[in-house]
Write a protein that binds this ligand. Structure first.
Ligand SMILES: [Fe+2]
Length: 253
């Protein structure tokens, strides 16, 4: 099997729905100039710089996040970060084939504010879609549950700490659960589209859970009631995904 065929199969397998890939092609085509790619490139673009298809429908997260918010958030806001990241990469001669998105973020102080905003915006949103799902398990299990209990005392204490960080973020930004260099867990928040991977972040670590508290993420349904959005969002957290991110973070060191 050729490498490109194998990559294509892996990509389709990772989405779980080949139809979703095809459905997303017009959107991907908007993000990446179609003149510079082939259809095979779209499917093989295992490429973390390209917006990936959602694994659920826009209405799947209701009643906690409404369909209109999801559609606008994904097709307008997040898609624009991906497009602008591609533009910035071209302008600043970033080789996206050899530089991982994570490495870019870890060295983001060397790049322009446009790269910082859009690399962060793209990374943060791609993770955000994956860490939510309809009707998830209501609590973490295994090592993640142990780590949360060890670091915060209980799941409820952790949720309070995380919620406080999300409420206290003035203006636009994100709240995070991160794995620090010593493998301990911590809660922090970042402004705008920054994240804890960035070398300019006040608190650094590997994000394993993040909450978008930009008004575009909740205003249609919750208006000024950000705390209600935060409380409702816990009903969507995909703890299996967070556990996977946690396991990756502690074994990479
Ligand atoms: Fe957002």
């Amino acid at each position: 099997m050729s490498k490109s065929t194998q990559n294509r199969r892996q990509f389709i397998s990772s989405t779980g729905k080949a139809g979703m890939v095809l459905a997303a092609m017009p959107l991907m085509a908007k993000i990446t100039p179609i003149s510079s790619i082939t259809s095979m490139t779209i499917l093989t673009a295992a490429n973390e710089y390209i917006q990936q298809p959602l694994s659920y429908g826009y209405a799947a997260l209701e009643p906690y996040i409404d369909a209109a918010t999801m559609e606008i958030h994904y097709t307008k806001h997040a898609a624009t970060y991906a497009k602008n990241l591609a533009d910035a990469a071209l302008a600043e001669k970033l080789d996206t084939q050899t530089t991982s998105l994570t490495d870019l973020l870890k060295n983001i102080s060397r790049y322009s504010p446009k790269m910082r905003n859009n690399a962060g915006g793209h990374y943060n949103h791609e993770m955000f879609w994956l860490l939510m799902k309809p009707a998830p398990a209501t609590a973490p299990t295994s090592e993640l549950a142990d780590a949360i209990n060890k670091n915060f005392g209980s799941l409820d204490n952790f949720k309070t700490s995380f919620g406080d960080a999300a409420k206290a973020r003035f203006g636009s930004g994100w709240a995070w659960l991160i794995v620090k260099a010593d493998n301990s867990l911590a809660v922090c928040s970042t402004p705008n589209q920054d994240n804890p991977l960035m070398d300019i972040a006040e608190t650094k670590g590997t994000p394993i859970l993040g909450l978008d508290v930009w008004e575009h993420a909740y205003y249609l349904k919750y208006q000024n009631k950000r705390p209600d959005y935060i409380n409702a969002w816990w009903n969507l957290v995909n703890w299996e995904f967070v556990q996977k991110k946690y396991a990756e973070a502690i074994t990479k060191k």
